[in-house]
Write a new protein. Structure first.
Length: 116
């Protein structure tokens, strides 16, 4: 019986941790408004103000998370990504912001497709 309880407690705790790591779409929407991300990436995050700016809507969630964390690392560390514009943008974000924003942007409609 004790083992079952321990197993259930473990499953509940991992479920909680996973839900947390997945990010919150509503919180992500609030965060992109707070940080004015749309001013460059476009109101729908699919029509950026300049063709050289990436479309973010519908990109894979783990990729978006990774990209933002890489900008936070900059070019100093391993897996870093250096960009004069996005480096400054990403460094103001908390880790929770990154998770929430990735969840929100991933949830948006897109015409991007993944071909194999
Ligand atoms: C001043 C314009 C500007 C603002 C504001 C801005 N971005 Fe960006 N963003 C860019 C540019 C330019 C790039 C491409 C940089 C590069 O080549 O690495 C980019 C790249 C990205 C990428 C990587 C996309 C990919 O396909 O690799 C993500 C994710 C991203 N931005 C998210 C955000 C978020 C979230 C915010 C708000 C906190 C934000 N951006 C605000 C200009 C901006």
């Amino acid at each position: 019986m004790k083992k079952i309880f321990a197993g259930v407690a473990f499953l509940l705790s991992t479920a909680f941790v996973n839900a947390h790591a997945a990010g919150n779409i509503a919180a992500g929407e609030a965060a992109v408004k707070k940080y004015s991300c749309a001013s460059c990436h476009g109101a729908d995050f699919h029509t950026p103000i300049d063709p050289s700016y990436p479309k973010l809507a519908g990109q894979p969630q783990d990729y978006l998370q990774h990209a933002l964390i890489a900008y936070q690392r900059g070019s100093d560390g391993p897996n870093g990504r250096s960009n004069a514009i996005m480096g400054g943008q990403a460094k103001t974000l908390s880790h929770q912001d990154v998770l929430d924003i990735a969840a929100y942007l991933h949830s948006l409609p897109t015409t991007l497709v993944l071909r194999k």
